[in-house]
Design a protein around this ligand. Structure first.
Ligand SMILES: [Zn+2]
Length: 60
């Protein structure tokens, strides 16, 4: 990981210390999809109430 945020911190470090989800013990993954463009993916636990509500919303 070579990217840095506005404070000069490596982006991987920022993701490692961020709270990905307030409702579960989610993991997050940061990937560079093109030079200088990053995608943050949140991997919720299967029992996460927020993600269950989100999926119900998609099925409307
Ligand atoms: Zn979650």
């Amino acid at each position: 990981m070579t990217g840095r945020n506005a404070f000069g911190m490596p982006l991987g470090e920022v993701v490692e210390h961020s709270q990905a989800c307030a409702d579960c013990d989610a993991d997050s993954r940061l990937s560079e999809v093109s030079p200088g463009v990053y995608r943050l993916t949140t991997l919720h636990d299967p029992t996460c109430p927020w993600f269950a509500a989100y999926r119900r919303g998609l099925n409307r």
